[in-house]
Design a protein around this ligand. Structure first.
Ligand SMILES: Nc1ncnc2c1ncn2[C@@H]1O[C@H](COP(=O)(O)OP(=O)(O)OP(=O)(O)O)[C@@H](O)[C@H]1O
Ligand SMILES: [Mg+2]
Length: 370
């Protein structure tokens, strides 16, 4: 799968721009604050219908404009299609091949995107929320039903928490929310468990190769409410837990247990990498995780994801850079960098180099000709 071109209108600092991509490697260079990450964002929204930078769609509308749109032409299984996302004051509309979809969920399973930014390099060290996001983003792309269940779980959690904050919450009402929370929460736990097993197997293999056999990477799911194998048993256990902790939850005014508190432990050679890993080890582990995401999509969907690398390549040493480029020879890459990356260019056989300036492609070079 690859993007052929994108048309941007009032999208962040792009006024009206049509950009044709290379099917393999696209390097976006330019000074700071010119629109490199904005362009990646416009591609990213084609996968989940929302940005990786903000939950507020309207932030993507150009300053002083009333609406924005991004229309991407892409090729999947040799067929050309397009997705158009428009955002205005009334909200967002998404069209696939000109037909408007009713729900965001219908967008899934069209385009798979993995994004790797400096933020992700810290995933091992960061707070649990970042690791949950890593799991959720990938699972949402792999399984639309997960996307739906997660959305429902989050809504129910907000409602339950609102009730918990009331003066004297009604027990019967709480019981209703508890049941709903346990129902969707258990489905999330089961899916996360399964996902962790798969991503663990793949990333262990990749990490072993990147480190020349020196390190064994291990990912361990750490749910607050453990998975019991099937979702009915997990649901029951979750419900009992909620009932048991209801008093404390009321005192605290929010829900203490559930997948919204889950974490993922990362071990290198049997030792917790969060506590004991060196910065280099943590970064390499993050790289293994990202590459594993792409490989898992390939396994499950028999399709190549598109990889967006935002300012991250220059953060990796040359050996890691080469490993990444070589491992991903089938994948369409978008690489932003504020340096020219001469060493990188030398090692590439094909692709385009874009110079981005003030929300425009100022120049485009064919790498072969450089
Ligand atoms: N909604 C918007 N409308 C117009 N311009 C915007 C909007 N949102 C952000 N910008 C502008 O886009 C610019 C930042 O673009 P972007 O994040 O793509 O930069 P970049 O080229 O990736 O830079 P860096 O190398 O520093 O990461 C800023 O100048 C910002 O003011
Ligand atoms: Mg940027």
């Amino acid at each position: 799968m690859y993007f052929k071109e994108i048309h941007l209108k009032n999208f962040r600092n792009y006024k009206n721009e049509n950009i044709v991509f290379h099917k393999k490697i696209n390097i976006l260079t330019g000074m700071n604050a010119q629109g490199k990450t904005n362009l990646l964002e416009s591609l990213y929204i084609m996968s989940l219908g929302k940005s990786f930078r903000t939950n507020k769609d309207r932030e993507m509308i150009g300053f002083k404009q009333k609406y924005c749109s991004a229309k991407a032409e892409y090729v999947k299984e040799k067929r050309e299609s397009n997705i158009e996302i428009a955002i205005g004051n009334e909200g967002k509309s998404i069209k696939i091949n000109g037909v408007r979809i009713e729900k965001n969920i219908e967008l899934l399973e069209n385009i798979y995107i993995v994004i790797f930014s400096p933020e992700d390099l810290k995933i091992i060290k960061d707070e649990p929320e970042k690791r949950r996001k890593f799991i959720d983003r990938e699972l949402c792309q792999l399984k639309p039903v997960y996307y739906r269940n997660l959305g429902r779980y989050k809504k129910i959690l907000i409602q339950r928490n609102t009730l918990l904050k009331q003066e004297r919450p009604e027990e019967a009402m709480l019981e209703v929310w508890d049941k709903a929370l346990a129902e969707y929460g258990s489905k999330i736990i089961i899916e996360r468990q399964g996902f962790l097993e798969k991503i663990n197997r793949i990333s262990e293999d990749l990490h072993f190769n990147i480190t020349n056999g020196k390190e064994k990477l291990e990912l361990i799911y750490e749910p607050v409410v453990p998975s019991m194998g099937d979702w009915e048993k997990t649901e029951l256990q979750f419900l009992e837990r909620l009932r048991k902790e209801r008093k404390v939850d009321i005192q605290r005014g929010n829900t203490g247990s559930g997948p919204h508190k889950d974490d993922m432990k990362v071990c290198i050679n049997g030792v917790d990498a969060r506590q004991y890993g060196s910065q280099g080890q943590q970064r390499t582990a993050a790289l293994s995780l990202k590459l594993a995401e792409i490989k898992l999509i390939k396994e499950e969907k028999e399709d190549d994801a598109i990889l967006l690398l935002d300012d991250v390549l220059s953060e990796l040493d040359e050996e890691r850079q080469q490993f990444l480029i070589n491992t991903l020879s089938d994948v369409q890459l978008f690489i932003t960098t504020s340096e020219t990356g001469k060493n990188l260019l030398k090692s590439l056989k094909e692709g385009y180099l874009f110079v981005i300036k003030q929300g425009r492609v100022e120049k485009r070079f064919d790498i072969k000709g450089l």
